[in-house]
Design a protein around this ligand. Structure first.
Ligand SMILES: Nc1ncnc2c1ncn2[C@@H]1O[C@H](COP(=O)(O)OP(=O)(O)O)[C@@H](O)[C@H]1O
Ligand SMILES: [Mg+2]
Length: 288
């Protein structure tokens, strides 16, 4: 309760200088990351980057080797930190014979939530499973189970939601449903950290994205900041030339200069990179 309370709302999640060593493997090599109140943050990186380790430290399931992690200003793993978060593990499995409603009831008991039937109905509606309240997990599609998993993580009204690869097993329709759900949660002011080794439309709606590679942050910013201009391509009778670092503003001058130099200009193109380009560049094309 010391840091972060200096007259302002503490971050939903703040990790500083986080290192984690498992024997000879250094899974995290000094990572800083914040999720502000009401923010939707994506933690991206290929398998093995350290994403799940970071989330497990935030949950209190794994102890950092050094560095610290706080949830809403409380030390990760403490009772108040645990009470403030909801977690969906990467590989989760609910008992197949439980109905959706029973899964939520079980988690209400585990979380000590007194929300009762009203909370369960509200959460099932939020994840578009109202009609499946009595359906058994065994009879649900992957997408339905994933949505039930998110509903489970929201039991007890956590201020921070930690979702580990919530869309990797889903088809594009399932991903869209999760994206819409995350946008609704943002409207409701829930803070979310979303881990993913994929870059889909879901990651593009994040307020900020941090790219992790081999335990280190290699890029961070808003999706717009990470989709920078990459130069201008000029096609003349001399061939195609790329001027790195040039922007749209430079295009008229570059054309004039080429003409002044006696070139015939056939085309000019401003090159921009998408977040996907930046991601692939940052992780060296490695996405699995
Ligand atoms: N319990 C563990 N014991 C030993 N090594 C682990 C353990 N958990 C993760 N690792 C290793 O730490 C690294 C990061 O793993 P992880 O955090 O699961 O990455 P990600 O979620 O990005 O795929 C990997 O090299 C992984 O093999
Ligand atoms: Mg993982």
């Amino acid at each position: 309760m010391r840091q972060g309370y200096c007259g302002r709302v503490p971050n939903a999640l703040a990790v500083r200088g986080l290192r984690k060593r498992y024997g000879s493997v250094e899974a995290l090599k000094g990572v800083d990351l914040e999720v502000g109140e009401g923010e939707l943050v994506g933690l991206l990186g290929p398998n093995g980057a350290g994403k799940s380790t970071l989330v497990k430290i935030a949950v209190g399931l794994v102890r950092p080797t050094t560095g610290d992690a706080e949830v809403g200003g409380a030390r990760a793993g403490s009772r108040s930190a645990r009470a403030a978060l909801g977690y969906l593990a990467e590989l989760f499995r609910f008992p197949g014979w439980y109905t959706a409603d029973e899964v939520l009831e079980l988690h209400q008991q585990l979380a000590g939530s007194r929300g009762g039937a009203a909370e369960r109905a509200r959460l099932l509606e939020l994840v578009a499973l109202s009609d499946a309240a009595e359906r058994r997990v065994d009879g649900m599609s992957k997408g339905m189970q994933q949505r039930l998993g998110i509903a489970q993580a929201l039991v007890g009204e956590p201020r921070l939601l930690l979702l580990d690869e919530p869309t990797s097993a889903l088809d594009p329709v399932g991903r869209r449903t999760v994206r819409l759900l995350l946008e609704e949660l943002r409207r409701q002011g829930v803070s979310v950290l979303l881990n993913s080794h994929l870059l889909s439309e879901v990651e593009l709606v994040c307020d900020r994205v941090t790219i992790l590679l081999a335990g280190e942050v290699v890029a961070a910013g808003t999706p717009a900041e990470l989709s920078r201009a990459r130069g201008v391509e000029l096609e003349t009778d001399d061939g195609v030339r790329t001027i790195p670092g040039a922007t749209r503003e430079d295009a008229p001058r570059l054309v004039s200069e080429a003409i002044a130099a006696g070139r015939r200009v056939y085309g000019v193109r401003v090159l921009t990179s998408t977040l996907e380009d930046t991601y692939l560049e940052a992780v060296g094309g490695e996405t699995d």
